[in-house]
Design a protein around this ligand. Structure first.
Ligand code: PBG
Length: 333
């Protein structure tokens, strides 16, 4: 019996009925976040026994190869299925065209081999873009007028993807936003016999200020200009579908929206457009904002992390690349 009385205005519909107990709330919950949804981006650098925290990304580290492998064994034990690998390339290895990116003995290639040997079950996703390897920090080859050249860049990206596949990468992830690169990479992988290496395409990648902390992590900020001639304008939504459609036609296995939090509408549009799995990248700036507020005691960190990642799933993401992956795995254990 309720203390309220039946009156002519008594509502018939009471949505609160289904919210009254935790059991009911669990039963009618529409979206569930699980560790299976998460991909953990990790940073590798040269050296031995090194672990250096990234100032603008508290709780994230650049690891030397040996310690990275130990850490990956740990995150694998926590149930994380996949990592996305990003290299910190020493300045002396960088050049104008990023040739180090396809060195068979390069840092990325050595790291893939070491991970596959030590933790064979974890899925290794490798980044295909020139910015960690170029002196100027752009994702493409630059001409004398500062113009980013598309097709010559794609040629290098194909070499890079094939060399990562040779080293044992399970999935290559072009994050550069050059036109036609997904198709060229697919053809290059197939020609080399890597029919089963998957492509996770950064399809709708926006020119975003939310990447700031990541560029600190890799020392990869562009030395001149910005990335607006290749990454998308934050104001555009239909264009995301155009990019996604092209990447699907070119052979992408999974499409991605990046960043995630300020682009939940784009995740939803892409989810409604395609039957492919959709990934979202909860980027470094999104991570840094939560960490900074939490360190100040202004928000409840754990609850905000789960709410934020759940919003991405609710928007339609099947997979989320997030620096919170390890913390979330520990929370959901
Ligand atoms: C570069 C790349 C970037 C990120 C992933 N790959 C930065 C950029 O495009 O400048 C950003 C990731 C993050 O901010 O967490 N190809």
């Amino acid at each position: 019996m309720s203390s309220e009385n039946l009156t002519p205005t008594t509502p018939v519909h009471r949505p609160r009925r289904l919210r009254r107990t935790a059991t009911l709330r669990r039963m009618v919950q529409e979206t569930t976040l699980t560790v299976d949804d998460l991909i953990y981006p990790m940073f590798v650098m040269e050296g031995e026994a090194q672990k250096v925290e990234i100032a603008s990304m508290p709780g994230c580290y650049r690891y030397s190869l040996d310690l990275l492998v130990t850490e990956i064994a740990e995150v694998s034990r926590l149930g994380i299925n996949a990592i996305a690998l990003f290299p910190v390339i020493p300045e002396i290895k960088k050049d104008d065209t990023g040739t180090e990116s396809y060195n068979p003995e390069g840092l990325v290639q050595r790291t893939i081999k070491a991970i596959k040997q030590a933790v064979p079950d974890i899925l290794v996703i490798t980044d295909v873009a020139l910015d960690p390897f170029t002196t100027h920090g752009h994702d493409g080859i630059v001409d004398e007028n500062g113009v980013i050249l598309n097709d010559p860049t794609v040629e290098v990206l194909v070499k890079m993807a094939v060399s990562q596949a040779e080293a044992g990468s399970d999935m290559v992830a072009p994050s550069d936003m050059m036109d036609g690169r997904v198709g060229a990479i697919r053809r290059g992988l197939d020609a080399a016999g890597y029919f089963d290496v998957r492509i996770l395409a950064y399809s709708a990648k926006y020119a975003s200020a939310y990447y700031g902390p990541f560029r600190d992590a890799l020392d990869s900020a562009p030395k001149f200009g910005d990335k607006k001639t290749y990454q998308m304008d934050a104001a555009n939504a239909r264009e995301a579908i155009k990019e996604v459609a092209l990447d699907i036609a070119e052979g992408a296995d999974i499409v991605m929206v990046k960043p995630a939090l300020a682009y939940l509408d784009i995740i939803r549009k892409v989810r409604d457009y395609t039957n492919l799995p959709v990934a979202a990248y909860n980027v470094s700036g999104e991570y840094a904002m939560i960490k900074a507020a939490a360190q100040n005691g202004w928000i409840d960190e754990k609850k905000v992390i789960l709410e934020t990642l759940t919003s991405m799933k609710r928007a339609g993401a099947d997979l989320i690349l997030t620096y919170f992956a390890k913390e979330v795995a520990l929370m959901l254990l």
